[in-house]
Design a protein. Structure first.
Length: 137
């Protein structure tokens, strides 16, 4: 799966289905002129209802001090989607960001630190708009 390049997400490294908690997936990302990988550990999963994952650096460029020993160590925050079927033709999708143990002051700018430009709310809205566009085309 590849995306149009208008956000941070560039596509999946390995396209395989998620079956359960403990599964992983890797995403190609782009932020502030830098391409990198993020490993994602599935921490909640209910088929057709919800998926939550904890991201971890997939390469040293995403770790503090470019430390290769920190690759794959989850950041402690979670992303997720909750799916609620409305009828046979529609599902309401809610995107969730749980900042977990991160200090609240990191969110004082609306969470722009996470992608370097837009706030978390703006980024999440754009993500949901792209998802709707993919599904309805």
């Amino acid at each position: 799966m590849d995306f149009d390049g208008s956000g941070m997400l560039r596509g999946a490294v390995l396209d395989h289905p998620i079956f359960d908690v403990g599964d992983t997936f890797t995403m190609k990302m782009h932020r502030l002129g830098d391409d990198y990988l993020m490993l994602n550990y599935v921490v909640e999963f209910e088929p057709d209802r919800r998926i939550f994952w904890e991201p971890a650096p997939g390469d040293p460029s995403r770790t503090e001090g470019n430390d290769p020993s920190k690759v794959g160590i989850a950041a402690g925050y979670r992303w997720g989607y909750i799916l609620r079927p409305e009828n046979d033709d529609a599902t309401v999708v809610t995107e969730v960001f749980d900042y977990g143990p991160l200090p609240e002051e990191l969110l004082s700018d609306g969470g722009a630190w996470i992608n370097g430009s837009n706030s978390l709310i703006e980024s999440m809205a754009a993500s949901l708009e792209r998802l709707e566009k993919i599904i309805t085309e």
